[in-house]
Design a protein around this ligand. Structure first.
Ligand code: IMP
Length: 197
């Protein structure tokens, strides 16, 4: 079985992406399983740049093929914010709850519906050419958080055509529609073609 590092320490992302790779000939190794993990500075201007930064730095550190991703919430009435700053919207080490509060604060005064989308760029690097993929899911932001599944802004996000928030959907349901699932299913196919397992 081949190993690929998934360059994240986000347990929510690890659960979702492991589920996508569960019946594959690939075992994902998260950053929790590695020692001396370097600090990753996400200073790219786009989701794709940040996904590549993560994949490249971790590949160069351990010499093992690596996937990285960068994702976030893009809110129409906020001109695309929090965007690439989604994880640190309420400050450098903000919790999910603090970020959610900040989002609702920023949206106060705008009329509903608050159209938004989750977007995700994924990247794979093994020293050759980058493989990259993209996914998004449209929806809207609601005023009262609902649900304890998922992570981040999930309790405030109602995917288009759904009555449950992403925080109320099961892992399996979320993985049918999520931005990350789309980006990683595409990346998975590209990796399989490239490495011909
Ligand atoms: P990063 O991709 O690790 O830089 O952080 C992305 C941030 O965007 C997360 O910390 C969340 O706040 C938010 N985010 C990304 N994907 C999701 C998701 O599937 N559900 C909820 N929030 C998300």
């Amino acid at each position: 079985m081949r190993e690929i590092i998934f360059a994240t320490k986000n347990p929510g992302k690890i659960r979702e992406v492991n589920d996508i790779f569960k019946n594959s000939p690939i075992r994902l190794v998260s950053l929790f399983e590695l020692s001396n993990v370097p600090e990753i500075i996400e200073d790219g201007l786009t989701f794709e740049e940040n996904a590549k930064i993560k994949a490249e730095l971790i590949f160069k550190t351990y010499g093992i093929p690596t996937m990285g991703d960068d994702s976030g919430l893009v809110v129409e009435q906020l001109d695309g914010r929090p965007g690439v700053f989604s994880a640190r919207y309420a400050g450098e080490s903000a919790t999910d709850e603090e970020n959610n509060e900040r989002l609702l604060y920023e949206l106060d005064g705008f009329s509903e519906p608050h159209h938004a989308k989750f977007v995700c760029s994924s990247a794979y690097f093994d020293g050759g050419k980058f493989l990259t993929a993209y996914g998004e899911v449209k929806g809207r932001i609601i005023k009262m958080p609902r649900g304890k599944n998922g992570f981040g802004y999930d309790p405030l996000f109602l995917p288009e055509g759904y009555t449950l928030t992403s925080g109320e959907l099961s892992l399996e349901e979320k993985n049918k529609i999520s931005h990350r699932a789309i980006a990683f299913k595409k990346l998975y196919s590209l990796i399989l073609k490239a490495i011909i397992i």
